[in-house]
Design a protein around this ligand. Sequence first.
Ligand SMILES: NC(=O)c1ccc[n+]([C@@H]2O[C@H](COP(=O)([O-])OP(=O)(O)OC[C@H]3O[C@@H](n4cnc5c(N)ncnc54)[C@H](O)[C@@H]3O)[C@@H](O)[C@H]2O)c1
Length: 445
Amino acid sequence: MNYDERLQHVSVMGAAGKMGSGILLLTAVEMADLSLKPENKGKSFVLNAIDLSDEGLAGLMDYMRAQVLKIAEKKTVWLRSVYAGREDLIENYDIIEQYINDVMRIVRPTTAMEVAYRSTLVFEAVSENKDLKVKLLKQIDQNNPHKTWFFTNTSSVPIHIIENEAGVQGRVLGFHFYNPPAVQKLVELIVTPNTTAEARQFALDYAKAMGKVVVPSNDFAGFIGNGHFMRDALHGINEALELAKNRPLPEAIYMINKVSQDFLVRPMGIFQLIDYVGVDVVQFIMKVMNPHLQNEDLHSDLLDKMMELGVKGGQHSSGAQKDGFLKYEKGAVVAVFDPTKQTYVNITDFQAGCDEYLGKLPEAFVPWKNAVKIKDKDAHFGPYFAAMKTMNTPGAAIALRYGRNSDAIGRKLVADKVAHNEQDVNTVMLTGFFHAYGPINTYFN
Ligand SMILES: NC(=O)c1ccc[n+]([C@@H]2O[C@H](COP(=O)([O-])OP(=O)(O)OC[C@H]3O[C@@H](n4cnc5c(N)ncnc54)[C@H](O)[C@@H]3O)[C@@H](O)[C@H]2O)c1
């Protein structure tokens, strides 16, 4: 079965979810483009969008239409060549409308998973629950005569465990998109010792067609991205708890968030990132990873406490940030949660005092949104962190400890053979987490 044939009958499980909807969009466009190739004329292309939620599926189709329109508008030149023989398509909007119809015709929203019994490729993006994933894969596989391939989007479960428990030896791999899949360039690719070379090669070809950057990760819980993020988050939480020995926790959280964003020149502070991903998701991924780790306890009582209090972060369906450790107004942080008083404290109450305590940023400071564009990162960040080392302030000390810890996490991922090399760790953090510089560097020595 060649590439095009493999993509003639595909299913996305969890298609109405955050990840599933993006995977569906990318795959629908790829399949539609294949269907428009002259050699595929007359062949059927079917993409099942499977989800439990009827409501979610209805919203999904609106989302798809709007997104395909944007994609079509960017490739009118190509579309003109594809539809060159169609005399009825004159204006750009005729061509765009035709393309949207061609994409949407492929997509079949349904709550009935039985349609996946005919697929040759299944993307699995249901909730992060190993038993659920295993159950679905097993059921599809037992009823599907095509020896279908499963590409799972799990963030944390080792792929060989899914493979063994579902009994789909050699036909499952981790194809770990980042959120949102349609925008994020990074994909972590995880194979097991059984995964066939053919499935792996297909995954690489598919990723290339999507314009993705593929980083191979070995099959360890959390892989590279969450392997770094979870430990980095735990470090931030513990730094805040340390500071909170001498001051209220909301102030400590504010300060660690500020240091991890401004001093370390990252796109967002660590508590904002935890909120963005979801306190529940972070707690859950740590729980999934923990039993697979040796001499390490990836667990935080503070996350448990937040969950008990129902403060979870995550996003509204509009994409707006929900309140978590931090409270947001129009995207800006305005308050910090106090788990003891179970209320938010306005940052204006303590911001000036905390900023003064942390101290100034080095003079060479360039905010993240400009720093990411700097070509010679070493020439900028080397002197920037060197200057920080000469500053005798709490902010500088916390930032340097943070940077060293991030570097150590990265090196350990290589030493533990989760990542093949240092470059792969850096690529994941630069591409998937939009860091301005790789965690493995020489700045913090
Ligand atoms: N959100 C992220 O940042 C992110 C990033 C990378 C990977 N992931 C992984 O992707 C997967 C999905 O995560 P998400 O954030 O999109 O979750 P989500 O909750 O947004 O979506 C999950 C979807 O699965 C559907 N679902 C649940 N049970 C189902 C079933 N039995 N059959 C069909 N559909 C079912 C739900 O209705 C929902 O629409 C998880 O494994 C997660 O770890 C998430």
